[in-house]
Design a protein around this ligand. Structure first.
Ligand code: ADP
Length: 387
């Protein structure tokens, strides 16, 4: 049954605003509404400092949307991603001096300076969060994420992996996990498990075939839920497989997740490096340390003769890393064994631990983890809380 957005909005109009004035729709608090496969997703924009107090508002909106014919489940998140109109609706108006300080085109993206939004707070139980990112898709970011996570685990750490690539979630396939996560209590769900890793992916919640036309606010809500409403338990490190690219959604994500650092995956070709450079710039913009660059598909191992061929301009990423002064974490060849184990749901670090490639990934993991320690010692970042 087709779900009507108008019906949802009608129901949402019955939910009163934060201070019991007006309703959440007319106050402009409701983001774009995304409907997929009987599920409805949207967020409510509120001031960050009122997040806890306004939890009942979120629950009321979820209940209202769930009551619409055809809706199986509504998922509503609170977000502090204020648009100009919502900021006006729920915050005191800025003084003329404050208003003048923000040039008009930037006004909608302006953030409160203090206090720090709670989204940036650490996740209890998780020691460090590492993002794996690439400037564009198809460079092997997910393959690297999963083998990096398994490499960290092989090096003795307790590891989780979160598939933030909600446009094209791949962890269910890469780790050969199916089924749906169970509810523990209230909104908290239990992560899935694969090869000793705790795993969460949008792919467990939405069918792979469902077209994902996620809009910015939806991306943030889904991410926040996967990070904070999952019973991760005690982890030394959570690896986050970021969506490809460096658009606004990615930037906001990089800003919202309390990251200990980012690993950039690039292929050796110039074009990919240009894209990777954008990735570096993105993390630098939000003060996330770059742990280093991995050159994937660095050279080609011929499946017939086993010989090595530098047909992709091998070494570009290492040179680029040196040039811009970020560590180079290692190079991984284009190898059919990596492809087949990755696509077959048996990542090479787990299935062929004695192979040269598994050793390479473990070494990449070792250096990346060392870098996390170095960054922690070097930077005292007040916005990142390690618990
Ligand atoms: P991304 O996450 O960047 O889109 P994936 O990790 O999904 O990329 O990889 C894209 C394809 O390339 C997959 O089929 C994967 O198995 C393959 N692949 C990734 N890295 C390698 C590699 N080093 N050697 C061979 N195939 C690889």
């Amino acid at each position: 049954m087709a779900i009507s957005k108008t019906d949802i909005l009608e129901q949402l109009k019955r939910v009163k605003g934060p201070d019991l004035t007006g309703n959440i729709v007319d106050l402009g608090l409701v983001s774009d509404i995304f409907i997929a496969d009987g599920k409805v997703f949207f967020s409510l924009t509120i001031p960050a400092e009122r997040a806890e107090e306004l939890e009942p508002l979120r629950a009321a909106a979820e209940k209202a949307a769930s009551s619409v014919a055809g809706v199986d489940k509504a998922t509503v998140a609170l977000t502090a991603e204020a648009s100009a109109s919502t900021a006006r609706a729920v915050r005191p108006a800025p003084s003329p001096a404050q208003a003048a300080a923000v040039p008009p085109p930037m006004a909608a993206r302006a953030r409160p300076q203090t206090p720090q939004p709670p989204q940036k707070a650490g996740v209890p139980g998780i020691g460090a969060i590492i993002a794996v990112a690439s400037g564009k898709g198809g460079v092997g970011k997910s393959t690297t994420s999963v083998n990096l996570a398994l490499g960290l685990q092989a090096n003795g750490l307790k590891v989780g992996i979160m598939d933030a690539d909600i446009y094209g979630p791949s962890m269910p396939r890469l780790l050969h996990i199916s089924g749906r996560p169970q509810n523990v209590s209230g909104r908290i769900i239990k992560p899935m498990e694969g090869y000793g890793l705790k795993v969460m992916s949008m792919g467990f919640l939405v069918d792979e075939e469902t077209p994902m036309i996620w809009r910015g606010p939806m991306v943030i809500s889904a991410l926040t839920q996967m990070l904070r409403e999952v019973e991760w338990g005690e982890l030394d490190v959570l690896v986050v497989d970021m969506p490809p690219g460096t658009g606004d959604a990615q930037l906001t994500m990089a800003q919202n997740v309390p990251l200990a650092g980012a690993v950039i995956v690039s292929t050796p070709q110039d074009l990919a490096l240009i894209d990777a450079r954008k990735g570096l710039a993105m993390f630098r913009k939000v003060d996330v340390p770059i742990l280093g660059i991995v050159e994937n598909m660095s050279y080609f191992i011929c499946p017939d003769c086993g010989g090595r061929h530098d047909i992709f301009g091998h070494g570009g990423a290492r040179k680029e890393a040196e040039r811009i002064g970020v560590p180079f974490l290692g190079e991984v060849p284009l190898d059919m064994q990596i492809r087949s184990t990755s696509d077959g749901g048996t990542p090479i670090v787990m299935s062929e631990p004695d192979s040269v490639h598994a050793r390479t990934y473990r070494e990449i993991a070792r250096i990346a983890w060392e870098r996390v320690g170095e960054e922690r010692r070097m930077v005292s970042a007040p916005s990142i809380v390690f618990e």
